[in-house]
Design a protein around this ligand. Structure first.
Ligand code: BGC
Length: 458
């Protein structure tokens, strides 16, 4: 019994961990550009506009990828979709490493973006459909852990390679390693049993469910999942049903708060913020940024440990309160710039508190919640919409940050983000469900009954 239990746990961890490699690619490929662009700019003599074009190619690709893949995740399946992204990641990495000119770099980065757009929700979706309810939060958040790890690895690779000349090709090209690893791993992983059940492949689903729940509990699990399996394959129009709309709204609005509270101004511009705060050397700023990335990784580990124990909502409250506090202090420090010889240290301290607070809350939980609250037959489609909005809000923040700083000042900009954290906290209090410990099927039945989503789990 004991060894059987450990074998099952091992199967679940290995499966979740392998699929989460998609997160590593997400993090690496979004982070790597910050260093690579400096070399590309010099080699091809790029104007500011063409640099923006190269940098934003990934974000645009991710928006398209998320927008047009909802039917693929439901039709081709979760496993098949991750395999497609692994191929795109690998081809994109190789292509961008060998690219002869700027246009082909941008085209390959767009292809990588397409892969990121799909992988950013299909990997959490796949993991959440494999995971038993009591472990789901932590397992799905492994994907976020790998995103944060990918970001740090990309910073370190950029830093090390920036000592040589013209190493941007290697910076891009190294992405092929996790791409191929993901492809090989996925070939051996099982299909999502829930997806198999909607396709009517009952025997194949059972074999996988035995590996997860064991012979003794498999029938209970099958019966429970079958409750939400309808003969209806799911259409885009189903998203407009009155009991699905509130869940769709929660997904999109959570993504609004995840992005509009400024996370990627820190991820993409941390060195710039540290330079504003008075650090003079580039390399010290970059090292400080690597430190910030590590705090992001470590606090995501803490989140994984807490998420199924204390639940999603308490972490969201504490996290957003910490983000609001740190942004307020950062704003005050910049406002009193002339008075504050310690600005540097206050800036680093605030950024660390901010990232730690994000990492235990909005970082993992938004991706987790969208993998939990949608009905099985349109889960892929609904997640693709929430994910599309994530990338669209990301683009809005990334392209307005420097202008906001000019118009509102540094303090005003950080206070604006702080205000949005408070709004997010209030929104969570009234509208976000607590999904801790509930099976996906119980969540679906609750919503189908037309009950208010914000009261789920209270
Ligand atoms: C967000 C990304 C962000 C990353 C930082 C993710 O959950 O979606 O936009 O860069 O966390 O850790």
């Amino acid at each position: 019994m004991g060894t059987d239990h450990s074998k099952r746990k091992m199967f679940i961890y290995v499966t979740a961990f392998s699929a989460a490699m998609a997160g590593l690619l997400f993090g690496y490929d979004t982070g790597v550009i910050s260093g690579a662009i400096l070399f590309i700019r010099d080699q091809f003599q790029l104007t500011a506009a063409s640099q923006e074009f190269v940098v934003s190619a990934v974000l645009l690709g991710a928006m398209f990828g998320a927008a047009f893949s909802g039917s693929m995740a439901d039709g081709l399946g979760r496993k098949g979709s991750v395999i497609v992204t692994a191929i795109m990641f690998s081809v994109g990495a190789l292509g961008s490493a060998l690219a002869p000119n700027v246009l082909s770099i941008a085209a390959c980065r767009f292809l990588i973006g397409l892969a990121i757009g799909v992988a950013s929700y299909v990997a959490p979706l796949y993991i959440s459909e494999i995971a038993p309810a009591s472990m789901r939060g932590g397992l799905v958040s492994l994907n976020q852990l790998m995103i944060t790890l990918g970001i740090v690895v990309s910073y370190v690779v950029d830093y090390l390679l920036s000592m040589g000349a013209n190493e941007w090709r290697w910076m891009f090209g190294l992405g092929i390693l996790p791409g191929i690893a993901l492809l090989l791993a996925m070939i051996f992983l099982p299909q999502s049993p829930r997806w198999l059940l909607i396709r009517g492949k009952i025997e194949r689903a059972r074999v996988i469910l035995v590996k997860i729940y064991g012979e003794a509990e498999v029938d209970v699990a099958m019966t429970e999942i079958s409750r939400t399996v309808t003969s209806d394959k799911g259409r885009w129009g189903d998203l407009a049903k009155p009991w699905v709309m509130p869940a769709l709204g929660v997904g999109v609005i959570m993504m609004f708060f995840q992005q509009m509270t400024g996370i990627n101004t820190i991820i993409y511009y941390a060195p710039t913020i540290f330079e504003f705060a008075g650090f003079q050397s580039h390399s010290v700023s970059i090292l400080a940024t690597i430190g910030v990335g590590m705090v992001n990784v470590l606090m995501t580990v803490v989140a994984i440990w807490l998420i199924d124990r204390v639940g999603r909502k308490p972490l969201l409250y504490w996290g957003m309160a910490g983000m609001a506090l740190s942004l307020t202090v950062l704003g005050i420090a910049f406002n009193a710039e002339a008075l504050s010889p310690n600005l540097k240290f206050i800036a680093v301290g605030s950024v660390v508190l901010y990232i730690a607070s994000f990492a235990v809350s909005l970082g993992p939980i938004c991706w987790l919640i969208i993998s939990e609250i949608y009905p099985l037959n349109v889960r892929g489609r609904a997640m693709s919409i929430a994910t599309l909005s994530n990338w669209a809000f990301n683009l809005v923040v990334a392209s307005t940050f420097l202008t906001l700083i000019q118009k509102l000042g540094k303090a005003g900009t950080f206070w604006l983000y702080a205000g949005l954290c408070i709004a997010g906290l209030l929104y969570t209090r009234f509208f976000v469900p607590e999904t801790k410990g509930l099976s996906l099927e119980n969540i679906e039945s609750y919503l189908r009954a037309g009950k208010p989503i914000g009261r789920l789990g209270r």
